[in-house]
Each structure stands twice: as structure tokens, then as C-alpha cells.
Ligand binder design. Sequence first.
Ligand code: MG
Length: 158
Amino acid sequence: MRVGFGYDVHPLVKGKKLILGGIDIPFPKGLAGHSDADALIHAIIDALLGAANLEDIGSHFPDSDEKYKNIASMVLLKKVKKLIKAEAYEIENIDTTIVLEKPKLKKFVPKMKKNIANNLGINEKQISIKATKEESLGFVGQEKGIKVFTVCLLKEKS
Ligand code: MG
């Protein structure tokens, strides 16, 4: 068994879509970044790569590379799934916490889970998505950004 940890932050700005877990969430602001800035998927990618000791998202998909501009992060997640598989690991579970002040994500979580599970070829029960507020403290509390923490467990294929 190998544990992995991932963390990501993106700024919340006007004029951008809010995409989390591949879902377009209606909100007046969205996340800024080189790709679609899906912080949830980025944190999952870093957890998976970390568990497999395969460096990080930036080394596989550098933001200096134009081909990743505005790319759907789900496409990157699928590539990471292949990298993990090539190392003969399979995913046991993924647990995530999205830290944001607004909007409420509860109603979007089942669709996010389904989306991620489908793209990783795992069961929805193997992925947990939680959300919490930062109680008006710091940049999250001031609605300037969203952060995501993720842990995952990989096991070697027997
Ligand atoms: Mg990111």
C-alpha cells in the first residue's frame, strides 16, 4: 500500500467558469489558471502521482506548455491513470476536502464523484468529496480563492 497527498489552490476571479470535479458550477466567479483550473482534479492528480513517486502535476503538464492552455483537467487525470497503471498500481481510495466559502457544493458532489470515478475506472464508493468553510478567515474566507486537500491509497497489483 502507498499513501499519497495532494494540495492545490487557485484564485477566484470574475469572468472565469467555476469547474470542480469536471462539473461546471453556476457561480458569479470562477477559478483562474493555465488549464481549466479544476483545483479538485489537480489535488487528486498530485496525490496519485505522489503515492506512485512520479513527481508532480507541474513536471508532467507544465504550465509553460501551450498545449495545456485551457485544457480540461479531466483529460490530465486520464493520463495520470495510465501512468499509475503502468507502474502496476491500482487505486484503493481517494479522500478529498474542498475548502471554500461559497457556493454550497453538496448537490454537485454525486455528479463530481461519478465523473471522477468514470475517468479513473473506479467505483464511486472509492472516492469521497467533502467541503468545508474557513469561517471568513484568510483568502478562502474572503472568497479570493479555493483550496483542496486530497489523500489517496494505492495498492500494488497482485
Ligand atoms: Mg492547479
